[in-house]
Write a protein that binds this ligand. Structure first.
Ligand SMILES: [Zn+2]
Length: 95
């Protein structure tokens, strides 16, 4: 699966965020799930109410100094198509 690197600012500092690309021919549920994940990255919020919360500034600065990549956990609602298990299940059902 490929991804886009999105350059933006987080709390006034440069950041590069990774957003998965929606695969051509993916089942509708997979497309919706990935589209929602992209919304969190590009707009800061999912329709389910999940929001992008950047790591604390000190953690971001330490990562920038050492070239480390930070992972951000987004808490989607239980029924949101963006949840990993829902995307995986949709892939399995389509095959
Ligand atoms: Zn969501």
């Amino acid at each position: 699966m490929s991804a886009d690197l999105i350059e933006t600012t987080v709390d006034g500092e440069w950041a590069a965020l990774v957003a998965a690309e929606i695969p051509d021919g993916a089942p509708a549920a997979v497309r919706e799930g990935i589209a929602r994940r992209r919304l969190v990255v590009t707009q800061g919020e999912c329709p389910c109410g999940a929001v992008f919360r950047p790591p604390p500034r000190a953690e971001r600065r330490a990562a920038a100094r050492t070239g480390r990549v930070l992972h951000v956990r987004v808490e989607h609602s239980d029924d949101c198509p963006a949840i990993t298990t829902h995307i995986e299940q949709a892939w399995r059902e389509a095959r």
